[in-house]
Design a protein around this ligand. Structure first.
Ligand SMILES: Nc1ncnc2c1ncn2[C@@H]1O[C@H](COP(=O)(O)OP(=O)(O)O)[C@@H](O)[C@H]1O
Ligand SMILES: [Mg+2]
Length: 214
């Protein structure tokens, strides 16, 4: 199963979610490979910190340009491939969709800039579903949600009112400090033993994994 985290907007939580999904799957003994298609070093640095901390590791590959062939190659070697793409409308993002099983596109419901970007994601996804990859499952993933979820509720309503929109997952990830503090240590929330809101953060990542069939 190939899961792509993608959005033409940076800072939405793609890399953080990759780190957390990888940590959860590794804690369950799954075979995971991560493909980094973003030239920034954040994910590579995360894995270096992870290794230094002695946390469970998985192979990390990098590829740029048309990454679909590399994705298919890695798929043969591993149960789950997680693909991190850059925060702009890139060749990597578009080619990743042609080979992916699932796209997760994080969006912060309270950010107008991020909400405005959903149109672009929708267009690219619909085009790929109609052409190269009809079986692509694509979802918006509400991330960094505030406790009072007014924006998220409203956004979920407007998406479900129009079948042309790709759907949003039912799992909404909250804005929680532990995601950032864990990431700084090369950890996902499943590698952390104590922190405030830790059990909530772990439950959210587990619900996310379950909802996409992991
Ligand atoms: N659910 C969350 N709660 C708190 N902070 C988050 C959450 N998701 C992401 N962040 C923070 O947001 C920033 C951007 O996240 P990042 O994963 O680097 O985004 P992207 O890869 O999409 O550019 C980081 O500082 C990260 O720690
Ligand atoms: Mg990133």
């Amino acid at each position: 199963m190939i899961i792509v985290l993608g959005s033409p907007k940076g800072g939405v939580g793609k890399t953080t979610l990759i780190g957390n999904l990888a940590a959860l799957l590794l804690s369950r003994g799954k075979s995971v490979t991560v493909l980094r298609a973003d030239k920034n070093e954040e994910l590579a640095d995360f894995f270096s910190r992870r290794e230094e901390a002695g946390l469970p590791m998985c192979p990390l590959h990098s590829a740029y340009g048309d990454i679909s062939r590399e994705m298919k190659r890695l798929q043969k070697m591993s149960e789950i491939v997680l693909v991190d793409t850059a925060g702009h409308d890139s060749m990597e993002f578009r080619s990743a969709l042609t080979a992916a099983d699932v796209l997760l596109s994080p969006v912060r419901p309270s950010s107008q800039v991020e909400v405005d970007n959903m149109n672009k994601v929708n267009e690219v996804v619909r085009h790929v579903q109609e052409n190269e990859n009809p079986s692509l499952k694509a979802y918006f993933l509400f991330n960094r949600c505030k406790p009072k979820a007014t924006d998220a509720i409203e956004l979920a309503r407007s998406l479900s009112a129009d079948p042309n929109w790709i759907p949003a997952l039912r799992t909404w990830i909250n804005q929680l400090d532990v995601f950032e503090s864990a990431f700084n240590l090369g950890a996902g929330v499943h590698d952390v033993s104590s922190a405030s809101s830790l059990s909530k953060a772990k439950a959210l990542i587990e619900l996310l994994a379950e909802e996409i069939g992991l």
